[in-house]
Design a protein around this ligand. Structure first.
Ligand code: GLP
Length: 241
């Protein structure tokens, strides 16, 4: 894993956007894996800013998001589909049909998992996967204990994850209890991974990621087995490492 240390959230967002832009310029039909949460929001804002001035086209780009809450339809403001449209897709010239997010509002969730996994395969896999890091080491919604060979699956969210994500909802009770997420094996099949980490709240997780064992009790530790991972982390996140 390569580590790029930057000053703060702003610098992380800028560096991450530059990295993504460079890849899109080289491969305009790139398959991008995208993440939600506060961490990549600034990166997406930078991509939008760049799009306004440089007019890099995203028409041929395909995207796959990591996860979605179960029970929320795409027009629910708390769904990740809504979040991604609002924060990124609606501001680029991306073809909406080329943006994929697991459906959380279908009755056949089990089937949706298989279809999503298959769709990624059909596209030949993800070229560049953007990841955030949960404070308990989760990636996507793969909570501690998730098998490293897992594919897209249904998860029960831990209390700590529901609490951490509650700020996006009116009340914590409204945070769904389950989600659909790419599995750890799905993420690991990406050709390249960009892990973004910012802030004091992540410093213990970063310490464990860099110095701890590779173990299913800390999902992100699997990334040490991937041949092409870049971490962009800010000073606060690296404070303990
Ligand atoms: C959520 C998302 C993850 C994200 C994590 C960290 O659980 N499913 O993909 O990486 O939160 O969120 P944040 O970036 O807001 O700290």
């Amino acid at each position: 894993m390569r580590i790029i240390e930057v000053k703060d959230y702003k610098a992380m967002s800028k560096k991450a956007a530059e990295t993504i832009l460079e890849k899109v310029r080289t491969n305009p039909a790139i398959i991008l894996g995208l993440a939600t949460g506060n961490t990549p929001a600034g990166t997406y804002a930078n991509l939008i800013e760049d799009h306004k001035t440089n007019q890099i086209s995203y028409k041929q780009v395909t995207t796959f998001n990591l996860d979605e809450y179960i029970g929320l339809a795409g027009d629910n403001p708390n769904s990740y589909r809504y979040f991604m449209n609002d924060i990124l897709f609606n501001h680029l010239d991306v073809e909406m049909s080329g943006t994929h997010i697991p459906r959380g509002d279908t009755k056949g969730i089990q089937e949706e998992c298989q279809l999503y996994e298959q769709l990624i395969e059909n596209y030949g896999g993800i070229d560049l996967q953007i990841l955030g890091l949960g404070s308990n080491g989760h990636i996507g919604f793969n909570e501690p204990g998730t098998p490293f060979d897992s594919k897209t699956h249904i998860v029960n969210l831990t209390d700590s994850t529901r609490k951490a994500n509650a700020s996006f909802f009116d009340k914590q009770e409204n945070v769904p209890f389950q989600a659909i997420t790419m599995g750890i094996a799905t993420i690991m099949r990406s050709k390249e991974i960009l892990l973004l980490i910012s802030g004091d709240k992540k410093k213990e997780a970063v310490d464990r990621l860099l110095h701890g064992d590779i173990d299913e009790s800390f999902p992100a530790s699997v990334l040490k087995r991937h041949p092409d991972v870049t971490i962009i982390a800010d000073e606060a996140a690296l404070a303990k490492a």
